[in-house]
Design a protein around this ligand. Sequence first.
Ligand code: FES
Length: 258
Amino acid sequence: MSTHLTNLTLKIWRQEGPNSEGHFETYPIESISDEASFLELLDVLNERLIAEGREAIAFDHDCREGICGTCSLMIDGQAHGPQRGTATCQLHMRKFTSGQEIVVEPWRATSFPIIKDLVVDRAAFDRIIESGGFITAQTGGAPDANLIPIPKVVADASMDAAECIGCGACVAACPNGAANLFTAAKVSHLNLLPQGQAERYSRVEAMVETMDQYFGSCTNHGECEAACPKSISIDVIALMNKDYLKAKFANRKELSRT
Ligand code: FES
C-alpha cells in the first residue's frame, strides 16, 4: 500500500547557462507518493513552477528504465543517490524519509561542463567512443550466430562490461574525474569477443589516449564501481590496462613493418 512523504525539501542547483554563476534554490514538496521515481518528483515540481509562471528546472532523462544513461543527478553528494546499482530514474521516494532535505546537483566534473541547471555536456564520452568503440563488420547477410563459438565465461564477461550505459556517474564520483571505468567497459566488451579482435590493439590505444585528453588519471579509489548504476566491476580497468600495455608493443611492431 502506498504511503506519502510530507515536508520534503529539495535544494536544487540552478544555473542559467554554461557561463553563468550557479546557486541553490530551495523548494518544499508536500505529499509525494513513495512510489514516485526521483524524476517524477522533479516533474511534479516543474509542473508547479510552470503553473506559477516560473522557469522549469532543466534535467536530462529519456528511457526512465535505467537503460539510456541520460539521467545524471548528484543526490545528497552521491551519484544517482543513496541506492547502489540504481540509476536516478529508478530511484524511488520510498528510499527517503519524510521531512528530509535532499540536495540535488549536476555531475561535478571539469570534463562535463554544465549546460543549464542539472544538465551537463557529456560529449567527451562521445570522443572516446568515436576513437575506437566499434568493430569491423563484413557486408552481406548476417552469419549464423553459432558459427563463432564463444566460451560462456567470455560471453558473460563481455556482456557484463556491455551493461555500461555511459551515464558518467563513474567520472562524477571519482576524486580525479577519471573515466577509466567507462572507457574500460567499452574497450572490454569488444576486446573480449572474437568480433572485436581485428581492432583490438588499435582500439585500446586510441580510446585510452583519447580518454587521457579529456579526463583525470585513475589512482584506484574505486568510487567509480560504487557509484556505477550497473555495478560494473573495476576488473575491467585491469583488462584495459593489460591490453593497453600489449598494444604499445603490438602496434609498434605493426608500424615497424610499414
Ligand atoms: S533516464 Fe534512461 S537511464 Fe535514467
